[in-house]
Structures are given as structure tokens and as C-alpha cells.
Design a protein around this ligand. Structure first.
Ligand SMILES: [Zn+2]
Length: 285
């Protein structure tokens, strides 16, 4: 059982040293047991296509699985803004990874590393990188977790902003949640696997929360594509998820008083406020 910041299976053991955000504590949690069977989503490969990229670090061309827009339907948006699609969990395909050198990032950050960041990736990732094999037809959740871990290791190596690292952690939490939905409920170790999955999700949510708190102090907007009220709403939701109701209430008030928040975000914030009040009441009982 390895912890979530153990990059050794990718040949990147040294990166496990030092905190992700250099400040808060990092959780030591186990990774889901590899023998867990996923219920394969039928038709997943039909919704995907191979998208071509040129790696900004090594210059090689390669292809990554990508979700075909229009073939995947949005089912709902969850409290922490996770978008749930059917038939394919789109988040699994959010990391672009170069199979030649190991450079990987969330799609929105892939093309734009600075010269300094490329240097960091070359010296800390490329020279140690052990080539991985990802799914030929589609990515399993195990594939997705490794690809996100690689993106996180790259973010560390290139000293990415806190928001980028926090966003990777948030999406890793969503990956855990997505995986939980497809765990084989008939398997004898289902309950244990589910519990472990929930613990790992919470650890990633905590890291995402801490990272976005730091990002809010230091960075401007848009942050990972989000405006200020949306980021503040997300912080409130993450604070709620990790049980920090005081911060959650504070951020809810900030959003509700904001002149620039859209009515959609204000509606979501009011719903969250009710959930916080109910949770605090339940705690007092
Ligand atoms: Zn490359």
C-alpha cells in the first residue's frame, strides 16, 4: 500500500520528498487495491477519439484519448462543481501525457509551460521517467489515477501555481468518486474498497481545499478558468466537504454579498448554505 504522493511506480521517487504546497500537512493515505474490478462502461471507446499533440518539452508528436464533444451528455453538476457525464466520465481524459518523456498536465495547462518549467520537467521528470502503457481503447480508473499522479508530479517539478496543483487534487477526488460508482458491488471486498476509496477522496479534497486557500491569497482571476465568485463558492463547498463549517459559512456570505456573482452561483450558494445549517444543527444534537 503506497501513499497518494508516492510517485515511485512512475520512476519518480525523489518527488515524494517535500510537501505539495510546501506549507500544509500532506495526508498519508493508501491507494485503492489494484485487484478491484471495474464494471466496464459499455460503449466508452465509441465516444473517444485519438487527438494529436506535439510535446512542448521533448518536441515529439503523440496521440491521447479524448472525449468526442456532443456524444457525451451532462447528467448533473455536483456540489463541488464536478460535472457528471454519461456514458463516459470525462474527467478520466483531462490529463494530457506525453508517452515519450513523461511530461503531463491538465489539458488547459499542457501547451504553455515556461522555459524555467520545461527545465524543471526535464531535470526532475524526463530523466527518471519510466514509460507507461495506457489503455489501447479507453482509460480505466487505474490508468486515469496514474495519469493524474504524473500530472501532479510534473506540477511539483515545474513549481506550478497552487491553483494548478489544487485543481489536479480536486479532479483526483472526482476520479475517486467516479471509480466508486463503478466498483463491483458483488465483489467480496466491496465494502473495504469503498471505504478506502472514500478516505482517499477526502484526502484529495483536503489538499484541493488547502491549495485553493493559498491560491486565493496569492493569485489573480480567472483561476483555472473560474471567476472570483465561482472560486469562492468552490472554496465554500470544499470547506463543507472537509468539515470546516466555519470557513464554509464565511465563504458563503462572501459569495452572497458579491456584486459580480451570477444568479446561478448565488442559487448554488443558497443551497449550500442550507446544507451547512443542517450539518451544524446535526452536530449540535
Ligand atoms: Zn514529451
Amino acid at each position: 500500500m503506497a501513499d497518494i504522493f508516492d510517485f515511485r511506480s512512475l520512476g519518480l521517487g525523489d518527488l515524494a520528498q517535500g510537501d505539495l504546497f510546501a506549507e500544509p500537512e500532506k495526508p498519508q493515505v493508501k491507494r485503492a487495491a489494484p485487484e478491484i474490478k471495474e464494471v466496464v462502461q459499455l460503449g466508452e471507446k465509441d465516444v473517444l477519439f485519438d487527438k494529436s499533440y506535439t510535446c512542448p518539452v521533448c518536441g515529439e508528436d503523440f496521440k491521447n484519448k479524448t472525449v468526442r464533444t456532443g456524444k457525451n451528455r451532462l447528467l448533473r453538476i455536483e456540489r463541488d462543481l464536478r460535472q457528471v457525464y454519461t456514458p463516459v466520465d470525462q474527467v478520466k481524459y483531462d490529463v494530457v501525457a506525453c508517452p515519450h518523456c513523461g511530461y503531463a498536465a491538465l489539458g488547459r495547462f499542457f501547451d504553455s509551460p515556461t522555459r524555467m518549467q520545461i527545465e524543471g520537467v526535464r531535470t526532475q521528470i524526463c530523466i527518471n521517467y519510466r514509460p507507461q502503457k495506457w489503455g489501447e481503447e479507453y482509460y480505466t480508473y487505474e490508468d486515469a489515477k496514474l495519469r493524474f499522479q504524473l500530472a501532479l508530479a510534473n506540477a511539483k517539478a515545474k513549481m506550478a501555481k497552487s491553483s494548478e496543483k489544487a485543481y489536479i487534487c480536486l479532479k483526483l477526488a472526482w476520479i475517486m468518486r467516479g471509480e466508486r460508482d463503478v466498483l463491483d458491488k458483488e465483489a467480496p471486498d466491496y465494502e473495504e474498497a469503498k471505504r478506502e476509496n472514500e478516505q482517499i477522496e477526502l484526502a484529495f479534497l483536503k489538499n484541493a481545499f488547502e491549495g485553493f486557500v493559498l491560491a486565493r491569497q496569492k493569485e489573480g482571476y480567472p483561476m483555472c478558468g473560474m471567476d472570483e465568485p465561482t472560486t469562492d463558492y468552490l472554496l465554500a463547498a470544499l470547506a463543507f466537504e472537509v468539515g470546516d463549517y466555519q470557513t464554509a459559512s464565511k465563504m458563503v456570505s462572501t459569495v452572497l454579498l458579491s456584486h459580480s456573482a451570477s444568479s446561478h452561483i448565488k442559487d448554488k450558494t443558497r443551497d449550500l448554505k442550507e446544507e451547512i445549517v443542517a450539518a451544524v444543527k446535526a452536530m449540535a444534537k
